[in-house]
Design a protein around this ligand. Structure first.
Ligand SMILES: [Zn+2]
Length: 328
């Protein structure tokens, strides 16, 4: 217990309202303004971290409604209210959810903002890294990105690499502990418990993909760059960084050709999103359609998906990769 200095102000406040009997910091907290930290999280993987690490010491609101695609979220109703009242906002860079970024800008100085893409040593990837080794630029991507000038946009999907996600968990822990220093030990304990699970996810993915007939990962949108980077796979996204950046027929045909050349037996669609693109490429390439969870929205909100959470969906991803890439 090292909270002697830090709780002195809370104890003083408690004394004023007549709660100074006993010595429980918890009792003092309840009477001061340091109840659970109010956290707003841009989308599911960030909410998951805040909920798991925050536990009863955080009141977490996810800003992306269930079943909604979080790219380019429109903030309305209770989500906007939560964003405007939060003490801590967790979000992913400038471009992923611009309306969330706007709130962060408007409320700078008045709340703590944690940009997960600014976490140190994340080794961020850029959109054009997805094109590496695929024979040059994809015209569909160039066209869809030209107007915004973000051809070097940072890939926001860091949570799909469990080791990078651990670093984000550390940053969430630090942020919460700075807001409520007296609860640091609780945040850290829950973080450590979560990290054990994330390490298991990592080992499962590593072992599942260690010996595969194909290392080419053809995905619906470019969400798996970090996972591919971690486990030495080659991601070939059908759409761009955002699922709505749909490719032209020429691109589809090119990817199908590449699939045949790389002996790809499975094209991966995304859990909770229509498999239209993956199906088109699979038909063209004579391949099957598999399913990976991008986990951009809560897994319980999918179309008949059996729920679960980040950890269980990532284990399912490991199994799907093992089957789809014909790994031993
Ligand atoms: Zn995405």
């Amino acid at each position: 217990m090292t909270t002697g200095v830090r709780i002195s102000r809370a104890v003083a406040i408690a004394a004023v309202v007549g709660m100074a009997s006993g010595c429980s910091p918890g009792a003092a907290d309840d009477q001061s303004d340091s109840g659970p930290v109010k956290v707003a999280a841009g989308f599911y993987p960030l909410r998951f971290l805040a909920e798991r690490i925050g536990g009863p010491d955080a009141e977490v609101t996810g800003l992306t409604p269930p079943g909604t695609e979080p790219h380019d979220l429109t903030l309305t109703g209770p989500a906007r209210a939560a964003a405007e009242e939060a003490e801590v906002m967790i979000y992913a860079g400038e471009d992923y959810q611009p309306e969330v970024t706007d709130v962060v800008r408007q409320r700078s100085g008045d709340m703590t903002a944690l940009d997960i893409l600014a976490v140190s040593e994340l080794d961020l990837l850029h959109a054009d890294k997805h094109h590496h080794g695929h024979g040059g630029d994809r015209h569909a991507d160039e066209d869809s990105h030209d107007h915004s000038g973000d051809q070097r946009a940072v890939d926001p999907h860091v949570w799909l690499d469990p080791l990078r996600y651990q670093r984000v968990a550390d940053a969430v822990t630090e942020t919460l502990a700075r807001e409520r220093p007296e609860r640091r030990a609780s945040f850290e304990q829950r973080r450590d418990e979560l990290k054990v699970q994330l390490r298991d996810v990592h080992r499962h993915l590593r072992d599942a993909t260690s010996d595969c007939a194909s290392r080419t990962l053809i995905t619906n949108h470019a969400a798996f760059g970090y996972l591919a980077d971690r486990y030495d796979l080659e991601q070939v996204p059908i759409a761009g960084l955002s699922p709505e950046h749909e490719p032209d027929p020429g691109t589809l045909a090119r990817i199908a050709t590449e699939a045949r050349r790389a002996n790809v037996s499975t094209i991966f669609a995304e859990e909770g999103i229509p498999a239209k693109l993956a199906r088109a490429v699979a038909d063209e390439a004579g391949a099957e359609v598999g399913v990976l969870a991008v986990i951009e929205f809560a897994p319980t909100s999918g179309d008949g998906a059996d729920g679960g959470d980040y950890v269980s969906r990532m284990h399912a991803n490991a199994d799907a990769l093992q089957a789809g890439l014909d790994c031993r």
